[in-house]
Design a protein around this ligand. Structure first.
Ligand code: 8YV
Length: 331
């Protein structure tokens, strides 16, 4: 739009940047409501700085590491980071708040998709599904025999959940109701929810207690500095030799080098990882191990869930630009 003298006028439609392609239906709706820019590759520090001067809201995702350096812009135009995802350990919240930028996330909508994936990994690990498929596809399967790829029974085994939040609870419930598993959990404090009582989940104030008693240990706590390397060499040494570790939370919760050593020494039976410490890099040693399930951060990757995440971001953007309370405010 131009004024009477022909100067270009700033549009009153908020300018929004999404840093990657999103499900098409959500992109289309964003386009209808906002002046949308879709970026599909990583932004350099300089590009972050100019984006902060140009857009009213930026919608990052887990691969956009928004450090204090990225935010070193005086009076940014950006007032909101509407994150596409529930985890926000990739955003320096203190630096964002110091610049007057609010942050929102997308809780609830990815709970079941992520818990389903944790179940998938548990079953794959226990029943050596990846190993079997690799064997068959490489034409190394020469027929049935009684001791072929014998695995571990999931039904009736003990599952230890570290981080009994939404996703931890959903996995516990699926494991308990569907597979008759005994549930142990470690959390900052006991969870006062009827579903937790209904499945008779046992609270382990001491994580060591859970590690020593679980056949499967599933991580569902947030990433970031408070939980960095929560699962280190000492923790791994507490696990049963026949136990499996499952991580669909954040890569930095596990000391990946210590995990490799524990697997090499046979201290634990295997590990299933959907997230990695140096994502998308994966330790070469892990790639070579048959008793390890490796997935490329698929936790929330269903069509319905990724769309729901997009709609959830949209509702935060809409609330923000209408000056309404943010449904999923983090800071
Ligand atoms: C998302 C996730 O796909 O939401 C999260 O925290 O880990 C994933 O399931 C990712 O964060 C997208 O930004």
């Amino acid at each position: 739009m131009r004024d009477q003298t022909g100067n270009v006028l700033e549009s009153s439609v908020p300018k929004v940047l999404i840093t990657r392609r999103w499900p098409l239906a959500v992109e289309a709706e964003l386009q209808r409501r906002y002046e949308l820019t879709i970026r599909n590759s990583a932004l350099s520090v300089a590009e972050w700085h100019s984006a902060l001067k140009e857009y009213d809201a930026i919608c990052p995702c887990v691969i956009d590491k928004i450090s204090a350096d990225m935010l070193k812009v005086i009076s940014p135009r950006t007032r909101l980071f509407a994150n596409f995802g529930v985890g926000y350990n990739h955003i320096d919240l203190v630096a964002a708040a110091a610049r007057g930028i609010s942050v929102t996330n997308t809780p609830d909508v990815l709970t079941h998709a992520t818990a389903d994936l944790a179940m998938t990994i548990m079953l794959m690990l226990a029943r050596r599904a990846g190993e079997g498929e690799r064997q068959l596809r490489s034409r190394q399967w020469h027929g049935w025999y009684p001791t072929h790829l014998m695995g571990t029974q999931v039904t009736g085994a003990t599952l230890g959940i570290i981080g009994m939040g939404r996703i931890g609870m959903a996995m516990a419930q699926k494991a308990h109701d569907g597979f008759g598993m005994k549930i142990l959990y470690h959390n900052r404090k006991p969870v006062n929810e009827s579903v937790v009582y209904a499945m008779k989940a046992e609270y382990c104030a001491d994580m060591q207690d859970l590690l020593q008693r679980s056949d499967f240990v599933a991580l569902h706590c947030p990433g970031g500095k408070n939980n960095r390397h929560l699962i280190n060499a000492e923790a791994l040494a507490q696990m049963k030799p026949g136990a499996f570790l499952i991580n669909t939370a954040r890569g930095d919760v596990v000391d990946e080098d210590a995990l490799v050593t524990a697997l090499q020494k046979g201290q634990i039976a295997g590990a299933g990882l959907d997230v990695f410490e140096r994502e998308p890099e994966v330790a070469a040693a892990l790639l070579a191990m048959e008793n390890v399930v490796l997935l490329p951060h698929l936790g929330s990757a269903t069509t319905a869930t990724r769309e729901a995440m997009g709609w959830r971001v949209l509702s935060n953007l809409d609330a923000f630009f209408k000056n309404e309370p943010l449904p999923d405010r983090v800071v």
